[in-house]
Design a protein. Structure first.
Length: 550
Protein backbone atom coordinates (compact mmCIF):
# COMPACT_ATOMS: atom_id res chain seq x y z
CA UNK A 1 0.00 0.00 0.00
CA UNK A 2 1.46 3.32 -1.08
CA UNK A 3 0.38 6.64 0.37
CA UNK A 4 3.70 8.48 0.50
CA UNK A 5 2.48 11.66 -1.13
CA UNK A 6 -0.25 12.28 1.43
CA UNK A 7 0.16 13.00 5.14
CA UNK A 8 -2.62 11.91 7.48
CA UNK A 9 -4.34 13.31 10.55
CA UNK A 10 -6.67 10.86 12.31
CA UNK A 11 -9.29 12.50 14.53
CA UNK A 12 -11.00 10.53 17.30
CA UNK A 13 -13.30 11.58 20.12
CA UNK A 14 -13.76 10.53 23.70
CA UNK A 15 -15.96 10.88 26.80
CA UNK A 16 -19.18 12.01 25.06
CA UNK A 17 -20.63 12.02 21.57
CA UNK A 18 -21.07 15.26 19.57
CA UNK A 19 -17.97 16.65 21.25
CA UNK A 20 -16.94 18.65 18.19
CA UNK A 21 -14.64 16.38 16.20
CA UNK A 22 -16.13 17.60 12.94
CA UNK A 23 -15.63 21.27 13.68
CA UNK A 24 -12.14 20.62 15.05
CA UNK A 25 -11.22 18.69 11.89
CA UNK A 26 -12.73 21.37 9.64
CA UNK A 27 -10.92 24.15 11.52
CA UNK A 28 -7.58 22.35 11.24
CA UNK A 29 -8.26 21.93 7.54
CA UNK A 30 -8.94 25.66 7.26
CA UNK A 31 -5.63 26.47 8.99
CA UNK A 32 -3.65 24.11 6.76
CA UNK A 33 -5.30 25.58 3.66
CA UNK A 34 -4.41 29.06 4.91
CA UNK A 35 -0.81 27.85 4.95
CA UNK A 36 -1.05 26.95 1.25
CA UNK A 37 -1.63 23.20 1.63
CA UNK A 38 -4.16 21.08 -0.26
CA UNK A 39 -6.43 19.18 2.10
CA UNK A 40 -9.22 16.66 1.91
CA UNK A 41 -11.36 14.82 4.45
CA UNK A 42 -12.82 11.38 5.06
CA UNK A 43 -15.54 10.65 7.63
CA UNK A 44 -15.72 7.07 8.96
CA UNK A 45 -19.16 6.33 10.40
CA UNK A 46 -19.58 3.12 12.44
CA UNK A 47 -23.29 2.55 11.83
CA UNK A 48 -24.37 -0.39 9.64
CA UNK A 49 -26.58 1.71 7.36
CA UNK A 50 -24.90 2.02 3.96
CA UNK A 51 -25.54 5.77 4.18
CA UNK A 52 -27.73 8.08 6.31
CA UNK A 53 -30.26 8.61 3.51
CA UNK A 54 -33.00 6.48 5.08
CA UNK A 55 -32.39 7.63 8.66
CA UNK A 56 -34.63 10.06 10.53
CA UNK A 57 -33.07 13.49 11.15
CA UNK A 58 -33.77 12.88 14.84
CA UNK A 59 -31.45 9.86 14.61
CA UNK A 60 -28.63 11.41 12.64
CA UNK A 61 -29.25 15.09 12.02
CA UNK A 62 -29.02 16.57 8.56
CA UNK A 63 -28.20 14.45 5.52
CA UNK A 64 -25.59 16.30 3.51
CA UNK A 65 -25.55 15.74 -0.27
CA UNK A 66 -22.46 16.03 -2.47
CA UNK A 67 -22.29 17.02 -6.14
CA UNK A 68 -22.04 13.38 -7.21
CA UNK A 69 -25.25 12.52 -5.37
CA UNK A 70 -23.92 10.87 -2.22
CA UNK A 71 -26.06 11.13 0.92
CA UNK A 72 -23.50 11.66 3.66
CA UNK A 73 -22.85 12.64 7.25
CA UNK A 74 -23.44 16.29 8.19
CA UNK A 75 -19.75 16.70 9.08
CA UNK A 76 -18.99 16.79 5.35
CA UNK A 77 -20.90 20.07 5.39
CA UNK A 78 -18.49 21.44 7.99
CA UNK A 79 -15.54 20.30 5.87
CA UNK A 80 -16.84 22.00 2.71
CA UNK A 81 -17.85 25.21 4.50
CA UNK A 82 -14.44 25.66 6.14
CA UNK A 83 -12.29 24.76 3.12
CA UNK A 84 -12.31 24.70 -0.68
CA UNK A 85 -12.37 20.89 -0.68
CA UNK A 86 -15.16 19.43 -2.82
CA UNK A 87 -16.06 16.02 -1.51
CA UNK A 88 -17.63 12.95 -3.10
CA UNK A 89 -19.16 9.64 -2.06
CA UNK A 90 -15.61 8.36 -1.52
CA UNK A 91 -15.21 10.77 1.41
CA UNK A 92 -17.79 9.13 3.68
CA UNK A 93 -17.37 5.46 4.59
CA UNK A 94 -19.78 3.54 6.80
CA UNK A 95 -19.59 0.09 8.33
CA UNK A 96 -22.46 -0.89 6.05
CA UNK A 97 -20.63 0.30 2.94
CA UNK A 98 -17.43 -1.52 3.93
CA UNK A 99 -19.16 -4.81 4.76
CA UNK A 100 -21.30 -4.60 1.62
CA UNK A 101 -18.14 -4.32 -0.47
CA UNK A 102 -16.32 -7.15 1.33
CA UNK A 103 -19.30 -9.50 1.10
CA UNK A 104 -19.68 -8.74 -2.62
CA UNK A 105 -16.02 -9.61 -3.16
CA UNK A 106 -16.44 -12.83 -1.19
CA UNK A 107 -19.43 -13.82 -3.33
CA UNK A 108 -17.34 -13.24 -6.46
CA UNK A 109 -14.59 -15.45 -5.06
CA UNK A 110 -11.99 -12.71 -4.87
CA UNK A 111 -10.59 -13.98 -1.56
CA UNK A 112 -9.54 -17.32 -3.10
CA UNK A 113 -11.32 -19.48 -0.56
CA UNK A 114 -9.96 -17.70 2.52
CA UNK A 115 -12.01 -17.33 5.68
CA UNK A 116 -13.18 -13.71 5.53
CA UNK A 117 -12.47 -11.94 8.82
CA UNK A 118 -12.45 -8.48 10.34
CA UNK A 119 -8.64 -8.65 10.30
CA UNK A 120 -7.32 -8.49 7.64
CA UNK A 121 -10.22 -8.28 5.17
CA UNK A 122 -12.38 -5.56 6.72
CA UNK A 123 -9.43 -3.48 7.87
CA UNK A 124 -7.70 -3.85 4.49
CA UNK A 125 -10.87 -2.65 2.74
CA UNK A 126 -11.00 0.40 5.02
CA UNK A 127 -7.34 1.22 4.42
CA UNK A 128 -7.54 0.83 0.65
CA UNK A 129 -10.67 3.02 0.50
CA UNK A 130 -8.92 5.68 2.63
CA UNK A 131 -5.84 5.77 0.45
CA UNK A 132 -7.89 5.87 -2.76
CA UNK A 133 -10.04 8.75 -1.48
CA UNK A 134 -7.08 10.88 -0.39
CA UNK A 135 -4.65 10.69 -3.31
CA UNK A 136 -3.17 13.86 -4.69
CA UNK A 137 -3.44 16.12 -1.61
CA UNK A 138 -0.91 17.28 0.95
CA UNK A 139 -2.90 16.39 4.06
CA UNK A 140 -5.90 14.11 4.56
CA UNK A 141 -7.95 14.58 7.73
CA UNK A 142 -9.77 11.37 8.67
CA UNK A 143 -12.46 11.59 11.34
CA UNK A 144 -13.71 8.45 13.07
CA UNK A 145 -17.30 8.82 14.18
CA UNK A 146 -18.63 7.81 17.57
CA UNK A 147 -16.71 7.67 20.83
CA UNK A 148 -13.60 5.67 21.64
CA UNK A 149 -14.79 2.58 23.48
CA UNK A 150 -17.84 2.02 21.25
CA UNK A 151 -17.78 -1.54 19.96
CA UNK A 152 -19.04 -0.40 16.55
CA UNK A 153 -15.99 1.72 15.81
CA UNK A 154 -13.34 -0.88 16.67
CA UNK A 155 -12.68 -2.03 13.04
CA UNK A 156 -12.11 1.58 11.96
CA UNK A 157 -9.79 2.26 14.87
CA UNK A 158 -7.85 -0.92 14.16
CA UNK A 159 -7.49 0.09 10.51
CA UNK A 160 -6.23 3.52 11.61
CA UNK A 161 -3.75 1.88 13.99
CA UNK A 162 -2.42 -0.30 11.17
CA UNK A 163 -2.26 2.51 8.64
CA UNK A 164 -0.46 4.83 11.04
CA UNK A 165 2.16 2.13 11.62
CA UNK A 166 2.53 1.43 7.89
CA UNK A 167 2.91 5.09 7.01
CA UNK A 168 5.71 5.55 9.50
CA UNK A 169 6.93 8.37 11.73
CA UNK A 170 6.31 11.85 10.37
CA UNK A 171 3.54 10.78 7.98
CA UNK A 172 0.54 10.36 10.28
CA UNK A 173 -0.63 11.85 13.56
CA UNK A 174 -3.49 11.01 15.90
CA UNK A 175 -5.63 13.88 17.21
CA UNK A 176 -7.93 13.02 20.10
CA UNK A 177 -10.79 15.38 20.99
CA UNK A 178 -11.84 15.01 24.59
CA UNK A 179 -13.68 16.76 27.41
CA UNK A 180 -12.34 18.65 30.42
CA UNK A 181 -15.53 19.57 32.27
CA UNK A 182 -15.94 22.42 34.72
CA UNK A 183 -17.55 21.15 37.93
CA UNK A 184 -19.22 24.14 39.51
CA UNK A 185 -19.65 22.54 42.93
CA UNK A 186 -15.94 21.80 43.10
CA UNK A 187 -14.98 25.04 41.40
CA UNK A 188 -12.42 23.38 39.15
CA UNK A 189 -11.74 21.70 35.84
CA UNK A 190 -11.65 17.91 35.99
CA UNK A 191 -9.08 16.01 33.94
CA UNK A 192 -10.12 12.47 34.90
CA UNK A 193 -12.52 11.97 31.92
CA UNK A 194 -9.68 12.86 29.55
CA UNK A 195 -7.27 10.54 31.37
CA UNK A 196 -9.70 7.62 31.05
CA UNK A 197 -10.45 8.41 27.41
CA UNK A 198 -6.76 8.45 26.49
CA UNK A 199 -6.27 5.21 28.40
CA UNK A 200 -9.07 3.63 26.37
CA UNK A 201 -7.47 4.79 23.12
CA UNK A 202 -4.03 3.51 24.13
CA UNK A 203 -5.49 0.11 25.02
CA UNK A 204 -6.65 -0.12 21.40
CA UNK A 205 -3.06 0.54 20.37
CA UNK A 206 -3.24 4.22 19.39
CA UNK A 207 -1.13 6.76 21.23
CA UNK A 208 -2.57 10.24 20.65
CA UNK A 209 -0.10 12.81 19.40
CA UNK A 210 -2.33 15.83 20.02
CA UNK A 211 -5.15 16.39 22.50
CA UNK A 212 -7.86 18.96 21.77
CA UNK A 213 -9.69 19.55 25.04
CA UNK A 214 -13.24 20.87 24.92
CA UNK A 215 -13.75 23.05 27.95
CA UNK A 216 -15.84 25.92 29.24
CA UNK A 217 -12.75 27.69 30.57
CA UNK A 218 -9.22 27.93 29.10
CA UNK A 219 -6.75 25.36 30.39
CA UNK A 220 -4.00 26.69 32.62
CA UNK A 221 -0.41 25.58 32.15
CA UNK A 222 -0.65 23.42 35.27
CA UNK A 223 -3.78 21.64 33.96
CA UNK A 224 -2.06 20.98 30.63
CA UNK A 225 0.97 19.57 32.42
CA UNK A 226 -1.25 17.31 34.51
CA UNK A 227 -3.01 16.01 31.39
CA UNK A 228 0.38 15.58 29.72
CA UNK A 229 1.69 13.51 32.61
CA UNK A 230 -1.17 11.03 32.47
CA UNK A 231 -1.60 10.90 28.68
CA UNK A 232 1.99 10.81 27.45
CA UNK A 233 1.27 13.82 25.22
CA UNK A 234 3.65 16.82 25.43
CA UNK A 235 2.07 19.78 27.22
CA UNK A 236 2.45 22.04 24.17
CA UNK A 237 0.31 19.55 22.24
CA UNK A 238 -2.50 19.69 24.79
CA UNK A 239 -4.71 22.25 23.07
CA UNK A 240 -7.54 24.13 24.76
CA UNK A 241 -10.75 24.41 22.75
CA UNK A 242 -13.06 26.59 24.83
CA UNK A 243 -16.62 27.31 23.74
CA UNK A 244 -16.77 30.12 21.19
CA UNK A 245 -19.59 32.54 20.34
CA UNK A 246 -19.05 31.94 16.63
CA UNK A 247 -17.90 28.61 15.17
CA UNK A 248 -15.87 30.49 12.56
CA UNK A 249 -13.67 31.78 15.38
CA UNK A 250 -12.38 28.27 16.02
CA UNK A 251 -9.57 28.32 13.40
CA UNK A 252 -8.10 31.47 14.97
CA UNK A 253 -8.58 30.06 18.50
CA UNK A 254 -6.59 26.96 17.58
CA UNK A 255 -4.00 28.96 15.64
CA UNK A 256 -3.31 31.16 18.66
CA UNK A 257 -2.10 28.01 20.45
CA UNK A 258 0.11 27.11 17.50
CA UNK A 259 -1.62 23.90 16.49
CA UNK A 260 -1.10 24.38 12.74
CA UNK A 261 2.63 25.03 13.14
CA UNK A 262 3.00 22.08 15.51
CA UNK A 263 1.20 19.75 13.11
CA UNK A 264 3.27 20.89 10.13
CA UNK A 265 6.46 20.50 12.15
CA UNK A 266 5.64 16.93 13.21
CA UNK A 267 4.50 15.98 9.73
CA UNK A 268 7.70 17.50 8.31
CA UNK A 269 5.76 19.81 5.96
CA UNK A 270 7.10 23.16 4.82
CA UNK A 271 4.37 25.79 4.53
CA UNK A 272 3.91 29.53 4.62
CA UNK A 273 2.50 31.53 7.52
CA UNK A 274 -1.30 31.55 7.40
CA UNK A 275 -3.37 34.59 6.50
CA UNK A 276 -6.39 34.50 8.81
CA UNK A 277 -7.64 37.93 7.83
CA UNK A 278 -10.75 36.61 6.03
CA UNK A 279 -11.73 34.50 9.06
CA UNK A 280 -11.27 37.47 11.39
CA UNK A 281 -13.49 39.57 9.13
CA UNK A 282 -16.22 36.90 9.19
CA UNK A 283 -16.13 36.70 13.00
CA UNK A 284 -16.18 40.49 13.36
CA UNK A 285 -19.23 40.72 11.09
CA UNK A 286 -20.94 37.93 13.05
CA UNK A 287 -20.27 39.35 16.51
CA UNK A 288 -20.67 43.06 15.78
CA UNK A 289 -23.02 43.66 12.82
CA UNK A 290 -23.76 47.31 12.09
CA UNK A 291 -27.15 47.02 10.38
CA UNK A 292 -29.22 45.69 13.26
CA UNK A 293 -31.19 42.47 13.73
CA UNK A 294 -33.79 40.63 11.66
CA UNK A 295 -36.16 38.01 13.01
CA UNK A 296 -36.53 34.97 10.76
CA UNK A 297 -38.91 32.08 11.41
CA UNK A 298 -37.85 28.60 10.29
CA UNK A 299 -41.06 26.57 10.13
CA UNK A 300 -40.17 22.87 10.15
CA UNK A 301 -41.03 19.51 11.63
CA UNK A 302 -37.56 18.69 13.00
CA UNK A 303 -36.97 21.92 14.92
CA UNK A 304 -36.40 20.12 18.23
CA UNK A 305 -33.01 18.93 16.91
CA UNK A 306 -31.16 21.88 15.41
CA UNK A 307 -28.64 19.58 13.66
CA UNK A 308 -31.53 18.59 11.38
CA UNK A 309 -31.15 21.99 9.72
CA UNK A 310 -27.42 22.51 10.21
CA UNK A 311 -26.51 23.67 6.69
CA UNK A 312 -29.70 25.73 6.51
CA UNK A 313 -28.89 27.52 9.77
CA UNK A 314 -25.32 28.24 8.68
CA UNK A 315 -26.46 29.48 5.25
CA UNK A 316 -28.76 32.00 6.91
CA UNK A 317 -25.79 33.07 9.06
CA UNK A 318 -23.75 33.51 5.86
CA UNK A 319 -26.54 35.63 4.39
CA UNK A 320 -26.61 37.69 7.57
CA UNK A 321 -22.85 38.22 7.47
CA UNK A 322 -23.14 39.33 3.83
CA UNK A 323 -25.79 41.89 4.85
CA UNK A 324 -23.96 42.91 8.05
CA UNK A 325 -26.94 41.99 10.25
CA UNK A 326 -27.69 39.58 13.08
CA UNK A 327 -30.46 36.97 12.84
CA UNK A 328 -32.83 36.30 15.68
CA UNK A 329 -33.80 32.71 14.81
CA UNK A 330 -37.35 31.63 15.60
CA UNK A 331 -37.69 27.87 15.13
CA UNK A 332 -41.39 27.09 14.79
CA UNK A 333 -42.80 23.55 15.06
CA UNK A 334 -44.99 23.16 11.98
CA UNK A 335 -47.06 20.48 13.71
CA UNK A 336 -47.91 22.93 16.51
CA UNK A 337 -48.78 25.54 13.89
CA UNK A 338 -51.59 23.27 12.70
CA UNK A 339 -53.30 24.05 16.01
CA UNK A 340 -52.08 27.59 16.64
CA UNK A 341 -52.96 30.86 14.93
CA UNK A 342 -50.34 31.67 12.27
CA UNK A 343 -50.79 35.42 12.74
CA UNK A 344 -50.15 35.13 16.47
CA UNK A 345 -47.09 32.90 16.02
CA UNK A 346 -45.58 34.71 13.02
CA UNK A 347 -46.89 38.23 13.47
CA UNK A 348 -43.59 39.73 14.65
CA UNK A 349 -41.16 38.03 12.22
CA UNK A 350 -39.44 39.73 9.31
CA UNK A 351 -39.27 36.67 7.06
CA UNK A 352 -40.41 33.04 6.91
CA UNK A 353 -38.43 30.06 5.65
CA UNK A 354 -40.00 26.62 5.12
CA UNK A 355 -37.33 23.93 4.66
CA UNK A 356 -37.47 20.43 3.21
CA UNK A 357 -38.71 17.28 4.86
CA UNK A 358 -40.48 13.99 4.32
CA UNK A 359 -43.86 12.66 5.39
CA UNK A 360 -47.25 14.23 6.04
CA UNK A 361 -46.72 15.25 9.67
CA UNK A 362 -46.74 19.02 10.05
CA UNK A 363 -47.41 19.80 6.39
CA UNK A 364 -50.66 21.71 7.02
CA UNK A 365 -48.80 23.89 9.52
CA UNK A 366 -46.23 24.70 6.84
CA UNK A 367 -49.03 25.53 4.39
CA UNK A 368 -50.57 27.86 7.00
CA UNK A 369 -47.21 29.65 7.36
CA UNK A 370 -46.86 29.96 3.58
CA UNK A 371 -50.37 31.37 3.23
CA UNK A 372 -49.66 33.90 5.96
CA UNK A 373 -46.43 34.97 4.20
CA UNK A 374 -48.18 35.29 0.83
CA UNK A 375 -51.20 37.21 2.08
CA UNK A 376 -49.35 39.52 4.50
CA UNK A 377 -46.41 40.31 2.23
CA UNK A 378 -43.84 38.68 4.52
CA UNK A 379 -40.63 37.65 2.67
CA UNK A 380 -40.79 33.90 2.05
CA UNK A 381 -38.26 31.27 1.02
CA UNK A 382 -39.33 27.66 0.41
CA UNK A 383 -36.78 24.91 -0.08
CA UNK A 384 -37.60 21.49 -1.60
CA UNK A 385 -40.79 20.45 0.25
CA UNK A 386 -41.14 24.11 1.20
CA UNK A 387 -41.43 25.00 -2.51
CA UNK A 388 -43.78 22.09 -3.18
CA UNK A 389 -46.12 23.18 -0.39
CA UNK A 390 -46.00 26.76 -1.68
CA UNK A 391 -47.37 25.38 -4.96
CA UNK A 392 -50.04 23.46 -3.03
CA UNK A 393 -51.04 26.58 -1.09
CA UNK A 394 -51.18 28.66 -4.27
CA UNK A 395 -53.24 26.00 -6.03
CA UNK A 396 -55.76 25.83 -3.19
CA UNK A 397 -56.21 29.50 -2.39
CA UNK A 398 -55.36 31.35 -5.61
CA UNK A 399 -55.78 28.96 -8.55
CA UNK A 400 -59.02 27.53 -7.16
CA UNK A 401 -57.97 23.87 -7.26
CA UNK A 402 -60.01 22.58 -4.33
CA UNK A 403 -58.20 20.23 -1.93
CA UNK A 404 -55.01 20.38 -4.00
CA UNK A 405 -52.17 18.43 -2.40
CA UNK A 406 -49.09 16.38 -3.01
CA UNK A 407 -49.51 12.74 -4.01
CA UNK A 408 -47.07 11.99 -1.20
CA UNK A 409 -49.71 12.97 1.36
CA UNK A 410 -53.12 12.38 -0.26
CA UNK A 411 -53.22 10.14 -3.36
CA UNK A 412 -56.93 10.87 -3.84
CA UNK A 413 -56.53 14.67 -4.03
CA UNK A 414 -55.66 16.72 -7.14
CA UNK A 415 -51.90 16.13 -7.20
CA UNK A 416 -50.28 19.43 -8.12
CA UNK A 417 -47.12 17.76 -6.74
CA UNK A 418 -46.57 14.24 -7.99
CA UNK A 419 -44.00 11.49 -8.06
CA UNK A 420 -41.40 11.83 -10.80
CA UNK A 421 -42.09 9.27 -13.58
CA UNK A 422 -38.74 7.54 -13.08
CA UNK A 423 -39.54 7.12 -9.38
CA UNK A 424 -42.83 5.25 -9.81
CA UNK A 425 -41.58 1.66 -9.96
CA UNK A 426 -38.72 1.90 -7.47
CA UNK A 427 -38.86 -0.42 -4.48
CA UNK A 428 -35.61 0.43 -2.67
CA UNK A 429 -35.66 3.68 -0.68
CA UNK A 430 -31.92 4.12 -0.19
CA UNK A 431 -29.99 6.30 -2.68
CA UNK A 432 -32.85 6.25 -5.23
CA UNK A 433 -34.04 9.87 -5.10
CA UNK A 434 -32.98 12.57 -7.54
CA UNK A 435 -29.64 13.21 -5.91
CA UNK A 436 -26.70 15.50 -6.54
CA UNK A 437 -25.96 18.43 -8.85
CA UNK A 438 -28.22 19.14 -11.82
CA UNK A 439 -28.32 22.14 -14.18
CA UNK A 440 -31.13 24.67 -14.06
CA UNK A 441 -32.13 27.42 -16.50
CA UNK A 442 -33.54 30.64 -15.01
CA UNK A 443 -36.05 32.90 -16.71
CA UNK A 444 -34.71 36.41 -17.41
CA UNK A 445 -36.01 39.34 -15.35
CA UNK A 446 -36.93 37.18 -12.36
CA UNK A 447 -35.84 37.45 -8.74
CA UNK A 448 -33.94 34.19 -9.22
CA UNK A 449 -31.96 35.46 -12.23
CA UNK A 450 -31.25 38.75 -10.45
CA UNK A 451 -29.95 36.93 -7.38
CA UNK A 452 -27.63 34.65 -9.31
CA UNK A 453 -26.60 37.20 -11.92
CA UNK A 454 -26.93 34.41 -14.45
CA UNK A 455 -29.55 32.29 -16.18
CA UNK A 456 -27.55 29.05 -16.09
CA UNK A 457 -26.86 27.49 -12.67
CA UNK A 458 -26.21 24.11 -11.05
CA UNK A 459 -27.55 23.05 -7.66
CA UNK A 460 -27.76 19.92 -5.50
CA UNK A 461 -31.02 17.99 -5.22
CA UNK A 462 -32.61 15.42 -2.88
CA UNK A 463 -36.24 14.62 -3.67
CA UNK A 464 -38.70 12.25 -5.37
CA UNK A 465 -41.62 14.59 -6.09
CA UNK A 466 -42.00 17.44 -8.59
CA UNK A 467 -44.53 19.99 -9.75
CA UNK A 468 -47.13 18.10 -11.80
CA UNK A 469 -46.91 19.38 -15.38
CA UNK A 470 -50.62 18.72 -15.90
CA UNK A 471 -51.35 21.76 -13.70
CA UNK A 472 -48.58 24.08 -14.91
CA UNK A 473 -50.67 26.17 -17.32
CA UNK A 474 -53.46 26.58 -14.77
CA UNK A 475 -51.03 27.76 -12.08
CA UNK A 476 -49.18 30.12 -14.42
CA UNK A 477 -52.45 31.63 -15.63
CA UNK A 478 -53.22 32.63 -12.03
CA UNK A 479 -49.86 34.33 -11.52
CA UNK A 480 -47.38 31.67 -10.40
CA UNK A 481 -44.01 32.42 -11.99
CA UNK A 482 -41.95 29.38 -12.99
CA UNK A 483 -38.62 31.17 -12.71
CA UNK A 484 -36.39 28.11 -13.06
CA UNK A 485 -36.70 24.84 -14.95
CA UNK A 486 -34.50 21.97 -16.04
CA UNK A 487 -32.79 22.76 -19.37
CA UNK A 488 -35.35 20.60 -21.22
CA UNK A 489 -38.21 22.52 -19.49
CA UNK A 490 -39.61 19.23 -18.14
CA UNK A 491 -39.05 19.90 -14.42
CA UNK A 492 -39.94 23.02 -12.42
CA UNK A 493 -36.92 24.05 -10.34
CA UNK A 494 -37.91 27.49 -9.02
CA UNK A 495 -41.11 29.47 -8.48
CA UNK A 496 -41.85 33.03 -7.37
CA UNK A 497 -44.60 35.65 -7.19
CA UNK A 498 -44.36 39.05 -8.87
CA UNK A 499 -46.71 41.14 -6.72
CA UNK A 500 -44.97 40.31 -3.47
CA UNK A 501 -41.96 41.85 -1.69
CA UNK A 502 -40.08 38.52 -1.86
CA UNK A 503 -41.64 35.12 -2.46
CA UNK A 504 -39.25 32.47 -3.82
CA UNK A 505 -39.17 28.69 -3.78
CA UNK A 506 -36.62 26.21 -5.10
CA UNK A 507 -36.75 22.46 -5.59
CA UNK A 508 -33.03 22.05 -4.85
CA UNK A 509 -31.02 22.64 -1.67
CA UNK A 510 -28.99 25.86 -2.01
CA UNK A 511 -27.83 25.58 1.61
CA UNK A 512 -25.44 22.82 0.52
CA UNK A 513 -23.32 25.25 -1.49
CA UNK A 514 -23.23 28.27 0.82
CA UNK A 515 -19.94 29.27 2.45
CA UNK A 516 -19.11 31.86 5.15
CA UNK A 517 -16.93 33.80 2.72
CA UNK A 518 -19.23 33.19 -0.24
CA UNK A 519 -22.83 33.30 0.94
CA UNK A 520 -25.30 31.67 -1.42
CA UNK A 521 -27.08 34.42 -3.41
CA UNK A 522 -30.56 33.12 -2.55
CA UNK A 523 -29.82 33.40 1.17
CA UNK A 524 -28.21 36.81 0.75
CA UNK A 525 -31.29 38.11 -1.09
CA UNK A 526 -33.68 36.49 1.40
CA UNK A 527 -31.96 38.06 4.42
CA UNK A 528 -31.84 41.39 2.56
CA UNK A 529 -35.60 41.18 2.02
CA UNK A 530 -36.03 40.50 5.75
CA UNK A 531 -33.88 43.55 6.52
CA UNK A 532 -35.95 45.75 4.22
CA UNK A 533 -39.13 44.59 5.96
CA UNK A 534 -37.61 45.19 9.40
CA UNK A 535 -36.64 48.73 8.40
CA UNK A 536 -40.08 49.39 6.94
CA UNK A 537 -41.71 48.15 10.13
CA UNK A 538 -39.46 50.39 12.19
CA UNK A 539 -40.29 53.43 10.05
CA UNK A 540 -43.98 52.63 10.32
CA UNK A 541 -43.75 52.32 14.09
CA UNK A 542 -41.95 55.66 14.35
CA UNK A 543 -44.44 57.44 12.08
CA UNK A 544 -47.43 56.17 14.04
CA UNK A 545 -46.02 56.74 17.51
CA UNK A 546 -47.51 59.54 19.68
CA UNK A 547 -44.07 61.14 19.97
CA UNK A 548 -43.77 61.44 16.19
CA UNK A 549 -47.04 63.39 16.05
CA UNK A 550 -46.27 65.61 19.03
Amino acid sequence: MSAKRTKYLFTTGGVVSSIGKGLASASIGALLEARGLRVTFVKLDPYINVDPGTMSPYQHGEVYVTDDGAETDLDLGHYERFTVARLTRANNLTTGKIYQSVISKERRGEYLGATVQVIPHITDEIKSRLVEATEGVDVAIVEIGGTVGDIESLPFLEAVRQLKLELGVGNALSIHVTLVPWIGAAGELKTKPTQHSVKELREIGIQPDVLICRTEKPLSRSIKEKISLFSNVPAELVISAPDVDCIYALPETLHEQGIDELLCDRLNIWSRLPDLGPWKHIVERFLRPTQGTVRIAVVGKYVHLKDSYKSLHESLVHGAIDNDVRIDFQYVDSEALERDDAAKTLGDVDAILVPGGFGERGTEGKIAAIRYAREKGVPFFGICLGMQLAVVEFARHVAGIANANSAEFDPSAPAVIDLMPEQRNLRDKGATMRLGAYPCTLAPDTLAAQAYGSTEISERHRHRYEVNNDFRDQLVAKGLVLSGTSPDKRLVEMIELRNHPYFVGCQFHPELKSRPMAAHPLFTRFVRAALERARARTRSAVETSPVAHA
